[in-house]
Structure formats: structure tokens, C-alpha cells
Design a protein around this ligand. Structure first.
Ligand code: BTN
Length: 319
């Protein structure tokens, strides 16, 4: 089935005869495989008499060879899967088997993709990037101040390199294009945060997705921004290069030295916002962040700082 998908991924018409010849099977065997593609992967195949078959939407399949080669240069391992519940969940399971150097988990599809604050992350087959990097941490989580913010910076760098020039951050680590979400980051931790632990840095980038009604907020994708199908393998490689570079800088100089660079990428700098924490809503104005990556807000005439995974920012109507 993967050979058939490789032939069809360009979204062009292919005759049943050509496909059968390329696969060395009969036309009726091609037909059966096409049925499986639709049933198992959730892809839609257009069947047009006289023209043949094509995918309703072209896809970009992950190509493990160039990914493995590029990441070997960074000293990272890679595991690429067809379908997972969640690359973060798989990454966390892998940690129990012992991970001593960075390990990247990728998948073509997630059936239970996890977003922040318990929300689902829509993850159709071969459409977007589902990326989880396991990082072994020695000497306690304190060394990782600003890690999730730095992951956002790397994601913005990668998106801009792929033609999304107006990608910006929203604290703590949403990536937006003119208010529409294009990428999200979910950090999960396993082990003793004061000693030996592993962090899973989960990054989802909307790459080639064109439509879905399963997302309940404004969103966009690289394809919708550039009108170009993005090569997901190249995207995984450039995200890894950007992350490796930012993680190196974080390690060398600490987050404080990257703070201004982060603020320059912050879409909501100086904006009037509501900070939402469960049922609590705190109105304020964004001043920036501190050297640990906590949000600095001007609230009721004084400065307050906020941090924690359950917080989220909303723009106020008067912003
Ligand atoms: C958010 O809500 O903004 C965070 C979304 C994080 C999604 C990514 S996709 C790869 C990794 N695996 C998951 O299940 N979640 C993260």
C-alpha cells in the first residue's frame, strides 16, 4: 500500500493500468489497495472513468532516509511511524526503555494527538508535522528555563524559512499568523524533575492541511499561506536544525540572553489582554517576559509575573 501511496502522493491522475504495471499487480488488485487507502488512512481518492485515480488532496509522505541522515549529523536518533495515538505518548513510552541521547519521534498520523490544556490536536494522515523530541536532562529541570519558549522561536524560524514570513509567537508558545494558529507546542516531563529526567518537546505544525471543521479556533497552514505543498521531511529537518541551534544557545548562555529576541517575535507585545487561569480572568497589558520566560503583565497599576502550563492569553476587545 505504501508503494501505491508513493505513486499517488503528487495528487495527479494515474491510470489503473499504469499503477498496476508499476506495482506488478492486476488492476483489480490496485482497486482493492485503493479501497484500503481510503478505509485505513482516511484519504479520499477520486476515481474518474477514462482518467484513472488521484488523491483528492496531494500529500507529502515522510521519507526516513534524508531525515535519519540529517539528524545523525546532530547526534539524534529518529523513529518514524505510520499511525500513532500521539507522538508525545510514544516518546514518553520510549523513555522507559532508556534514552541516552535526543530521540525524535515522527508519525504520518495521530489518532489521539494531544494539545495543551487537554485539548485534542487534529492530525490527519501525511498532512501536517507531528514531531516529538525526547531530551534527556541531567542535573534537574532548572537548566531548562525557557525551553518551551525557545522551541517556539525555533518553530518560527523554521516556518519563516518555509515562506511563512509573518509567523509570530503568542506567550507561552503558540505560533500564529495574523491571529490564526499555525503551530503549537506541548512539553511533557517524565522522571525526577530535580535530578535525572526526560523532557518531551511535542511540536505540531499545520503544513499541508487545507480544510477541516474539527478545529474550534482560527487556524492556518503553510500551504494556505504559501499555496505550495511543503515537503514534510524537509520541514522536519529544518525544524530539527533550528531547534538544535536554539538548544545549544540556551545551554551556552541561558534564556535571559535570548529574552529580547523572543520579545521581538511576540505578536502580543504591548497588547491589552485577558490572562485566563481556569475560571479566573486577569485583565492586563503585556510588558514582555522575564529571564525565566514568565509573562510580565501590567495589572491594576503594577507589574505582575505569571508562569505555568494552564495559563492562556486572549486579546481584549479594546487592545
Ligand atoms: C497546543 O495545544 O498548542 C499544543 C499542540 C501540540 C501538538 C503536538 S503534535 C506532536 C506532539 N504529539 C502530540 O500528541 N502533541 C504534540
Amino acid at each position: 500500500m505504501s508503494k501505491l501511496l508513493n505513486l499517488l502522493q503528487d495528487g495527479r491522475f494515474h491510470s489503473g493500468q499504469d499503477l498496476g504495471q508499476a506495482l506488478g499487480v492486476s488492476r483489480s488488485a490496485v482497486w482493492k489497495q485503493l479501497q484500503l487507502l481510503e478505509a485505513d488512512l482516511g484519504l479520499v481518492v477520486h476515481k474518474v472513468r477514462g482518467r484513472g485515480y488521484r488523491l483528492a488532496t496531494p500529500v507529502s509522505l515522510l521519507n526516513p532516509e534524508p531525515i535519519n541522515a540529517a539528524l545523525a549529523l546532530l547526534g539524534w536518533d529518529v523513529s518514524t511511524y505510520q499511525i500513532l495515538d500521539s507522538t508525545n505518548a510514544q516518546a514518553l513510552r520510549t523513555v522507559t526503555q532508556g534514552v541516552s541521547r535526543p530521540l525524535l519521534v515522527l508519525a504520518e498520523r495521530q489518532d489521539a494527538g494531544r494539545g495543551r490544556r487537554g485539548r485534542p490536536w487534529v492530525s490527519p494522515y501525511a498532512a501536517n508535522l507531528y514531531y516529538s523530541l525526547v531530551l534527556p536532562v541531567h542535573g534537574g529541570i532548572k537548566r531548562l528555563d525557557g525551553l518551551s519558549l525557545v522551541a517556539g522561536m525555533a518553530t518560527v524560524q523554521c516556518l519563516r524559512a518555509h515562506g511563512v514570513h509573518s509567523a509570530m509567537l503568542k506567550w507561552p508558545n503558540d505560533v500564529l499568523v495574523q491571529g490564526q494558529k499555525i503551530a503549537g507546542i506541548l512539553l511533557e516531563l517524565v522522571g525526577d524533575p530535580t535530578e535525572q529526567c526526560h523532557v518531551v518537546l511535542g511540536i505540531g505544525i499545520n503544513a499541508n492541511m487545507r480544510d477541516t471543521d474539527a478545529i474550534d479556533q482560527q487556524w492556518t497552514s503553510i500551504y494556505l499561506q504559501t499555496q505550495q505543498l511543503v515537503d514534510r521531511s524537509a520541514l522536519a529537518i529544518s525544524l530539527s536544525d533550528a531547534l538544535a541551534q536554539y538548544l545549544g544557545r540556551l545551554d551556552a548562555v541561558g534564556f535571559g540572553a535570548l529574552r529580547e529576541e523572543w520579545e521581538a517575535l511576540h505578536a502580543w507585545q504591548g497588547k491589552a489582554v485577558n490572562l485566563v487561569s481556569g475560571s479566573r480572568v486577569i485583565p492586563g497589558t503585556v510588558l514582555g517576559i522575564n529571564d525565566q520566560g514568565a509573562l510580565r503583565l501590567h495589572v491594576d497599576g503594577k507589574e505582575e509575573t505569571f508562569s505555568g502550563g494552564e495559563l492562556s492569553l486572549r486579546l481584549r476587545d479594546d487592545s
